[in-house]
Design a protein around this ligand. Structure first.
Ligand code: URP
Ligand code: ZN
Ligand code: ZN
Length: 461
């Protein structure tokens, strides 16, 4: 054995047990109450949980957007992820104008190669559709990309119409892919944005006011209805409010395979953040926007009861200086997105498990197991089992943290969680059997992360 973790408490989505874990050649090879065989290295996990590495299935690293590029690339972004206890990311490659899906994917492959410190996969966002693009969907699945995002918002840029969505759903269903939806009504938002700007209402709060929760509820419900017509599964990304969750819940109650994720920002932050002085509200400009606080309870309940299956980040960082500032006189010119790749596991543990909103096992399910199952990575990823990849987090539930831009590893000049305190820290992070973070020190290597060829949707779930 190369490595042995002793005296820890192993936690999976359905078990909590005192056990040692043995690792050889990047895989878990033994789990037992006591492992007597020697190993090259031994880590004492007394008082610590041994979690499967976190999986963040919604990131935007090195992504051109709104006239600029997100500030974390695959090196800085995956290092930040690792510090928080995330050992796999699935990032969005976004089809450019006139670009094939194949070229889109290879563009993003080049961005990650030699840089990622943890394993990674890609979704492809389909932003325009013709017959040739449609025919590429099965090819993408065979290349290990069994998930496609369609935007019902960002009119004139990324948005596609309902007919195109229906065609993507039909083709994806037959190819074994899952369609992911950005659910906001782009046509209505476009009118609201133009109206506010015409009235001289340019501050960041109008970003939120031009994107009401009803627009998210409507687009989410419409996407689900179109998926029902296509008899195809569907996954709603960055779900932020009651109006949208009700649509997912109603479909699930009928037994329809509708899935959804939310993100820490929608559980911890609110519309009030847009009122920060000195253009501070720009830090929270993301889509969908932060909502009224009344949604927090609804979303936590959705996570606890299973109507929401995943917590991802939608990590899409832009510096306040020079990037968010592009929209000083026009909220619509503020690049959309916020950082969070580093803070998802500690925030969800602290706010969720410590505050008894979710159980310890549900926490593991939401940050690791369920994303692995939905996105073709299970059981290599998403659990602690013999034969699984040795992506493990030794997590100290008693260690305190304070989130701050001064101490974070994300390559961005602020964090939306500045000053948030909590308990629960990733002390040691192991990726494919290698210790990559230990007591606040990074020990990994850019380029060590591998591209993950993911399985088609529905296989081995
Ligand atoms: O504001 C956001 N969410 N930016 C990233 C792009 C997207 O819609 O996911
Ligand atoms: Zn989106
Ligand atoms: Zn996103």
């Amino acid at each position: 054995m190369d490595l042995k973790i002793v005296n820890g408490t192993v936690v999976t989505a359905n078990k909590t047990l005192r056990a040692d874990v043995g690792i050889a050649q990047g895989k878990v090879v033994k789990i037992a109450r006591k492992i007597k065989e020697p190993a090259q290295e031994e880590l004492d996990a007394k008082g610590l949980y041994v979690f499967p590495g976190g999986i963040d299935v919604h990131t935007h690293l090195d992504m051109p957007f709104g006239g600029t590029v997100s500030s974390d690339d695959f090196r800085t972004g995956t290092i930040a992820a690792a510090f928080g206890g995330t050992t796999t990311v699935v990032d969005f490659s976004i089809q450019g104008k006139e670009m094939s899906l194949k070229d889109t994917l290879s563009t993003w492959m080049k961005k990650a190669e030699g840089k990622a410190v943890i394993d990674y996969g890609f979704h492809v966002a389909v932003t325009h559709l013709d017959d040739a693009t449609l025919e590429e969907i099965p090819q993408m699945v065979s290349l290990g990309v069994p998930s496609f995002k369609c935007f019902l918002a960002y009119k004139g840029a990324l948005m596609i119409d309902d007919g195109a969505l229906y065609r993507v759903l039909l083709k994806s269903k037959s190819a074994g892919a899952l369609v992911m939806i950005h659910g906001e009504n782009g046509d209505v938002l476009d009118v609201l944005i133009k109206d506010f700007l015409a009235q001289g209402k340019t501050e960041p709060k109008y970003h939120a006011l031009s994107r009401p929760p009803e627009a998210e509820g409507e687009a989410t419900g419409r996407a689900i209805a179109i998926a029902q017509m296509a008899k195809a599964p569907i996954y709603i990304v960055h779900l932020s409010c009651k109006e949208a969750l009700e649509k997912v819940k109603a479909a699930r109650e009928l037994g329809f395979p509708a899935f959804a994720e939310t993100c820490p920002q929608y559980l911890l932050l609110s519309y009030q953040n847009y009122l920060e002085p000195d253009f501070g509200g720009a830090k929270y400009v993301m889509s969908p926007p932060l909502r009224d606080k009344s949604n927090w309870k609804v979303l936590w309940k959705g996570l606890a009861e299973g109507d929401l299956q995943v917590v991802s980040t939608d990590h899409c960082p832009f510096n306040f200086k020079g990037q968010k500032e592009m929209g000083r006189d026009n909220f619509a010119a503020i690049p959309n997105g916020s950082p969070g790749i580093e803070h998802r596991p500690p925030l969800l543990f602290s706010e969720g498990v410590n505050k008894k909103r979710i159980t310890l096992n549900r926490f593991v399910e939401l940050v690791s197991t369920s994303p692995a199952k939905l996105f073709g990575l299970f059981p290599e990823k998403g659990t602690v089992a013999v034969g699984s990849d040795a992506d493990l987090v030794l997590f100290d539930p008693k260690a305190h943290f304070t989130v701050s831009a001064r101490t974070q590893h994300q390559n961005v000049d602020y964090t939306p969680y500045e000053g948030v305190k909590g308990k629960g820290v990733a002390k040691v992070v192991i990726a494919n059997g290698q210790v990559i973070v230990r007591d606040g020190e990074f020990l990994g290597k850019p380029g060590a992360g591998r591209f993950l060829k993911r399985k088609p949707f529905g296989l081995k779930r």
